[in-house]
Design a protein around this ligand. Structure first.
Ligand SMILES: *Cc1c(COP(=O)(O)O)cnc(C)c1O
Length: 390
């Protein structure tokens, strides 16, 4: 019997998007310890909120335990409840839409368009027209900026304004990205960011809600701290959550945020190297960057044209994995998930033609894109990909 292929030490493994510390994190964590403000509130939380609001160019920010919690609170602030309808991008991580289910609301999924891979204004228009016919417009539209690339915000905002429906921007993957010079996350009624371990900056786990509505953000902080009324004893008039970020983790966030521009340029450099080396291959395409936008290139995603190569994304993923290199398939669209079976979906394409998000799922592969990926490591990945594709 042949021996199994030895798995190389995990120390050698190249990850898709590993945490990248600056070295300053310990300073802020120590401040929290020295002042004994370990939890829950404290100087780091207040400062991190102020620094994030300044960075996002919004009036206010609330530091939370996760990006998912931030979406959940944004839905609460917009009054989304049982039986309400919420439109959401289909090509995204499940966390974009899980809070719709927490609220007891009905998710309706909207396809992508080819130039940004994000919500198609054309499909959104179809969804709005159908919802209007039924007499049931959505209470909110969750627009995701996938892999760091901004959606077509002018078109999406114009449509949502026309129907009087607020936008929640899921900018979990796009901190540092811009749309016509404006930060993603600052363009809707609410924006959310994530500091999960694989995001462009991390607090190990955490999220942020941002908005120009100071009252709304103050209400989010209230809801995130068990909705404790202003009384000399514990009094509660409505349901609350335990969603605040700890002061220790906010310290990590402060140090991480100082490095955001470096992290964006490092990820963009990773993208450029893949693009320069592989972009000329006839079967390979990359996620486009819409004119007037700047992506943080959180992940570099490669598309493989099945008409031009017999190498599938899974084939390449397994090959790279055998070399101890992590890669991942593109998000499986939410309208294809068993969890959301039966939910409505509006395609960008005419009936009978594959939806754009389905095609991206079938053809896409996310390549290692961490800001601390060494050029020699990337050279090795590129050489392997050239070999696999030749
Ligand atoms: C990571 C992510 C989230 C959720 O953020 P958490 O902090 O992990 O809860 C939401 N939406 C998208 C698109 C994400 O990638």
């Amino acid at each position: 019997m042949p021996f199994p292929v030895p798995v190389k030490e995990t120390g050698d493994r190249i990850f898709l998007s590993a945490p990248h510390m600056t070295g300053n994190e310990q300073k802020y964590i120590s401040e929290a310890f020295e002042s004994n403000w370990i939890a829950p509130m404290g100087a780091n939380v207040n400062q991190f909120e102020a620094e994030m609001a300044a960075y996002a160019t919004t009036q206010a920010a609330a530091a939370l335990s996760s990006g998912t919690a931030a979406i959940h609170l944004a839905l609460q602030l917009l009054g989304v409840g049982k039986g309400d309808r919420v439109f959401c991008s289909s090509l995204t991580f499940v966390a974009s839409a899980n809070p719709i289910l927490y609220a007891g609301a009905e998710p309706v999924f909207i396809d992508s368009e080819e130039e940004t891979w994000n919500m198609s204004p054309w499909a959104l228009q179809k969804a709005f027209a159908a919802a209007e016919q039924e007499g049931k417009l959505p209470k909110a539209v969750i627009v995701v900026h996938i892999y760091g690339q901004s959606a077509r915000m002018d078109e999406l905002i114009a449509l949502c304004d026309h129907y009087g429906v607020p936008i929640i921007e899921d900018a979990a993957e796009s901190l540092g990205s811009t749309y016509k010079g404006k930060k993603t996350g600052s363009l809707g009624a609410y924006g959310i960011y994530s500091f999960n371990g694989n995001k462009i900056i991390t607090t190990s786990g955490g999220g942020m809600l941002v908005s120009n509505d100071r009252k709304g953000v103050a209400q989010a902080r209230f809801l995130a701290s068990q909705a404790k009324d202003d009384a000399p004893f514990y009094e509660h008039s409505r349901v609350g959550y335990n969603y605040r970020m700890s002061n220790v983790l906010a310290g990590i966030g402060r140090a991480q945020l100082e490095a955001i521009e470096l992290r964006v340029s490092a990820r963009r450099a990773v993208f450029s190297r893949y693009f320069t080396a592989l972009g000329k291959h006839e079967a390979v395409k990359f996620q486009p960057e819409l004119e007037g936008t700047r992506s943080n290139r959180w992940l570099t995603v490669m598309l493989l044209d099945p008409a031009r190569t017999d190498r599938s994304p899974d084939h390449i993923r397994e090959w790279l994995d055998s070399e101890n290199i992590e890669s991942r398939r593109v998000w499986k669209p939410l309208h294809m998930q068993p969890l959301f079976a039966g939910c409505k979906f509006y395609s960008h394409n005419p009936h009978g033609k594959t939806a754009v998000s389905e095609k991206l799922f079938a053809e896409g592969l996310c390549l290692p894109s961490g800001s601390d990926l060494k050029p020699e490591q990337q050279q090795r990945i590129i050489a392997l990909l050239e070999e696999i594709l030749s």
